[in-house]
Design a protein around this ligand. Structure first.
Ligand code: DX5
Ligand code: ZN
Length: 230
């Protein structure tokens, strides 16, 4: 994976048909997705439950782009090798998931993956300041994690602080939650380059009728065209 700060759209398959993940992934990639965002929830760190390593390994066979796995689980460390074995490109853990995020990020890289760290809305940018040398992606949550389709929480001041903190380092800033053509320009202007979008991509379409996925992706892209990243 080469690094660049161009805007990438990462549809979250949390909003896909749970009985048809393979075809949904292929459909959304054919319609222009840059990455595939996979939301793993444990019913403990967040009040919802999705899937685990065997399912993610099965998704991998269908992902031609980048498999971006967002762990909303605690603890993280016992499962790192399983997500590497599943073919994960980027593995993101929450800084709130345990006391030893530094060790977690080291372990993710040691297992051969890019390491991401996610921040809940209530967690300040400074929580990752001493982790940046171990980090390939910072995920700024713009909803409280657990569910798709929630209302965007404005975190632009946090994104700006992170962008300044990151400087020239090759670290992505990913935004997750409530991204739409209305909110995307705000976060890109503040310095984000990866936009996760679930409901705003999958709404109106299906594997039988995937054209709306493409229209929705293009609408988000068009909304940020000409927006100068910070
Ligand atoms: C929330 C998940 C998000 C979610 C985004 O816990 O991490 O990835 O699916 O969904 P939308 O785009 O519908 O807000
Ligand atoms: Zn996510």
């Amino acid at each position: 994976m080469s690094f660049d700060r161009s805007v990438k759209i990462a549809p979250s398959i949390l909003s896909a048909d749970f009985a048809d993940f393979g075809r949904e992934i292929r459909a959304v990639e054919a319609q222009g997705a840059d990455w595939i965002h996979v939301d793993v929830m444990d019913g403990h760190f967040v009040p919802n439950l999705t899937f685990g390593p065997p399912a993610v390994k099965a998704f991998r066979k269908h992902v031609k782009t980048v498999m971006d796995v967002h762990l909303m689980i605690a603890p993280v460390d016992p499962y790192i090798d399983a997500y590497a074995d599943a073919g994960t490109d980027i593995l993101t853990a929450h800084v709130e998931a345990g006391p030893h995020t530094h060790r977690t990020l080291q372990a993710i890289r040691a297992a051969g993956m890019k390491a991401g760290v996610a921040l809940n809305p209530g967690t300040p940018a400074q929580a990752v300041e001493h982790l940046l040398d171990l980090t390939d992606l910072v995920c700024v949550m713009t909803v409280n994690p657990g569910f798709g389709g929630q209302k965007f929480i404005d975190m632009t001041d946090k994104i700006r602080a992170l962008r300044a903190m990151i400087g020239d380092r090759p670290i992505h800033i990913e935004i997750d939650g409530g991204v739409t053509p209305d909110t995307a320009p705000l976060v890109v202007e503040a310095g984000a380059d990866v936009l996760v979008a679930g409901s705003a991509v999958f709404r109106g379409g299906s594997v039988e009728n995937p054209a709306p996925y493409g229209e929705n992706i293009r609408a988000i892209r068009a909304s940020v065209a000409g927006t100068a990243a910070a």
